[in-house]
Design a protein around this ligand. Structure first.
Ligand code: DP6
Length: 336
């Protein structure tokens, strides 16, 4: 058993959004979701796990500050890893762990920090305890979207139908080299902490939004099929339309929530307007936006269009709306 392991994990950006749980404790979603994994150079989570017989209790440091180990999601992830390690190694894996985890980008600003963070935590714990096989069902229990950061390329998280969550796992649908010239541009509109976390926002949507029921039953299943077809045939125009429609459908659900959860701001809306104007000028969709539970924009576009779009963004938006470009990414990996 390794005693010290460090790994890094990428962020993923959903093009079909997860919003709403059918089981809060196991983190089982109401609908399938689909995301693109980004490259790790600029945005990633990094976790080091140490296991030692000398440690007397489990401890965790997040971005340099020690946090309580009472977080039920953290406890669930570690418990599941220990359970798997015990059944594999045939002995109790109760040695205590020390965990250091950091994100090199704003936490909780709607930039998928919990996704990268929990994917990294679970993967690193898995390595340290010698656990093999599917880890997505464990990462999911840290943060739903985290299960999609364990793989590169385009990844689908199946909602599953079982009460125990055994079939709610994530699978790669397209390899990281499938659409090699696809790029993602992240526009940081604000890096302050979001007012309503995804977890509580979606809880309230499940309780109060009729539109969420419609989205889950009538919109997402068909859209997911169409999205997979668009990705398979690399039809950017259709991919872009589906991505933008799904972002708007998700934010419409947030506004249909009572009281409403407002994540996009005026700059976000002006980015939407900018993208539609640009696409109209070009005669087909060249750029797609998507917004998570925050005001920051993720733009999908092809490599050949990056210079022009970046130039226009610099000219049109305030200087703090800085664009960062990403390739489609590789899965979580060992850092050392
Ligand atoms: C809008 O995975 O952060 O980014 O499972 O409660 O931790 P919890 O929620 P989280 O929600 C992500 C919501 C989203 C859409 C998405 O990534 O699919």
């Amino acid at each position: 058993m390794a005693s010290i392991v460090t790994c890094i994990a990428p962020v993923n950006i959903a093009v079909i959004k997860y919003w709403g749980k059918r089981d809060e404790k196991l983190i089982l979603p109401l609908n399938d979701s689909l995301s693109a994994t980004l490259s790790t150079e600029q945005m990633h989570a990094k976790t080091t796990v140490m296991i030692s017989p000398n440690f007397t209790k489990d401890r965790i440091w997040l971005n340099g500050k020690e946090e309580s180990f009472e977080n039920p999601r953290l406890v669930a992830c570690l418990r599941e890893i220990r359970k798997r390690a015990t059944s594999k190694n045939g002995k109790n894996c109760e040695l205590k762990v020390h965990i250091c985890s950091e994100n090199n980008f704003p936490t909780a600003a709607g930039l998928a920090s919990s996704a990268a963070g929990y994917a990294c935590l679970v993967y690193t714990l898995g390595k340290a305890f010698g656990v093999e096989g599917d880890l997505t069902s464990i990462a999911r229990q840290g943060s739903g979207s985290a299960c999609r950061s364990l793989m590169g390329g385009f990844v689908r998280w199946m909602k599953g139908t079982q009460n125990d969550g055994s079939d709610s796992i994530a699978e790669q649908v397209f390899h990281e080299n499938h659409w090699a010239d696809m790029r993602v541009l992240i526009l940081v509109v604000s890096d302050s902490r979001k007012k309503v976390s995804s977890t509580s926002g979606m809880q309230l949507s499940v309780k109060t939004s009729d539109l969420l029921k419609h989205r889950v039953q009538n919109v997402v299943p068909q859209r997911t099929k169409e999205m997979i077809q668009a990705l398979e045939s690399k039809c950017f125009h259709t991919f872009a339309e589906l991505t933008m429609r799904d972002s708007s459908s998700f934010h419409a659900v947030c506004l249909d929530t009572y009281p409403p959860a407002v994540y996009m701001n005026d700059v976000s809306h002006s980015i939407v307007d900018f993208v539609h104007r640009y696409n109209k000028l070009k005669g087909s969709n060249k750029v797609a936006y998507t917004f998570d539970a925050g005001p920051n924009a993720c733009l999908f576009l092809l490599e050949e269009d990056v210079p022009e779009v970046v130039g226009l963004i610099k000219a049109v938006f305030p200087p703090h709306v800085e664009g960062k470009t990403f390739m489609r990414g590789l899965p979580v990996e060992n850092a050392v």
